[in-house]
Design a protein around this ligand. Sequence first.
Ligand code: NDP
Ligand code: 2IT
Length: 453
Amino acid sequence: MHAATQRVMDRVSKLDANQPEYIQAVTSFLSSIDKLVEDMPQILYHKVLDRMVEPERVIMFRIPWFDDDGMIQLNRGFRVQMNSALGPYKGGLRFHPSVNLSILKFLAFEQTFKNSLTGLSLGGGKGGSDFDPKGKSDGEIMRFCQSFMLELGRHIGEDTDVPAGDIGVGGREIGYMYGQYKRIHNKSVGILTGKSPSFGGSFIRPEATGYGLAYLSAAILEAKGKSLENKSCLISGSGNVAQFTTEKLLAMGSKVLTMSDSSGVIIDPSGIDAQKLAYIKTLKNVRRGRIAEYAQKYKEATYIPHDGSATSNPLWDVKADYAFPCATQNEINANDARNLTANKIQLVGEGANMPTTLEAKDILMEAGVLLAPGKASNAGGVAVSGLEMVQNSQRLQWTPAQVDAQLLTIMKNIYANISSTAEKYSTKNNFIDGANIAGFLKISEAMIGQGYV
Ligand code: NDP
Ligand code: 2IT
């Protein structure tokens, strides 16, 4: 590493020593950007990298709420406002017991470059809480969301910071938080995206991350003379991103062999078809049950318990053409990467944020696997969030077909951008470098143009 890049890395490693996910995200980013600094002295002169790795602002607060037994419960809330060089902070809210500052800083950091790649005017941020929605009643979820928004509401705004969903936050939670914001501030404005289309949400926003992942993967494959048609695919997760990735892959003629949740994995050699996917949607979104039930209903499927503690995930050891991690960070480790390459996987399209460890990435890249990094391949969700902001400003609602067509165009543009940037500054097909560098260049220019802020 160039000495100046190393100095930035050392500073983060020292100051944020207890933030492993953040250090991981910064390490991956800086190893791409290192290829630029020799020829772009202005990056070093303006201390762009030093400023970029320091969030503009971090807000932390307590969230008291009453459970159904009338007992007071307490959680911790966060909003990381990472970078506003390109526009209002934008990024999801995650409700999961694992949430801490390291995880939210890594997510806000990734989000900043992802949002740059969309071509829209969006800064980067992320927030959430260590609240665990599992097993909570509707009333408990509502009271928690209302208490969360009571504080978060002071720090966001349609031109300041516009959160959305992420793990544990879907349409239901966004609706409760939106209602509470409107009640407190007496304003009907687009301060959240992912709303229901009945009160200002964009059509296709729920579908957008998964559809976008399929569109970007199709673009990568097309350039290699390949396609998704008649190909077998591994998908992890069974939440928002996994469901709509499956839906679009089926529409494009793929066969989906696997899905999972935080308790285990289902492997269905006969394929998860549209009818089975509809069952999964009801199971996970309405009944909020466990994926294990799938194997009780569909006897041709096998269920393997896997809570992440084993040294490898059986899902990544199923033979297939393409793999789409759509659950959470670091879900593909070095052992999983070795299993994937031994089974001759050709493409890994990241639906989740940072699902692949640094070591696993190296193994996949060395084996020549086409790796579509999350900040490019899952950008469809935030892209349609950006389009929801535009519709809210116009106080208009576009048709599903209009939004889907724009999503497709944005994902094709992202592919063109990351592939040409990889060829120019790194090596052909290194989409990790392509995405980091392309996302960075736009933000860097904006930061230099706006002076030292
Ligand atoms: P959901 O909450 O809808 O679904 C998450 C899925 O991942 C569930 O199946 C869940 O299992 C599983 N999961 C969550 N945490 C873990 C864990 N620690 N170990 C194993 N499995 C886990 O979230 P999304 O689908 O929205 O998000 C999935 C990924 O996609 C995340 O990385 C998110 O940051 C990323 N992403 C999401 C976007 C969006 O628009 N929603 C946009 C871009 C990226 P269980 O049901 O047991 O909880
Ligand atoms: O990781 C992500 O891009 C998201 N969770 C979606 C962010 C958004 O603002 O739509």
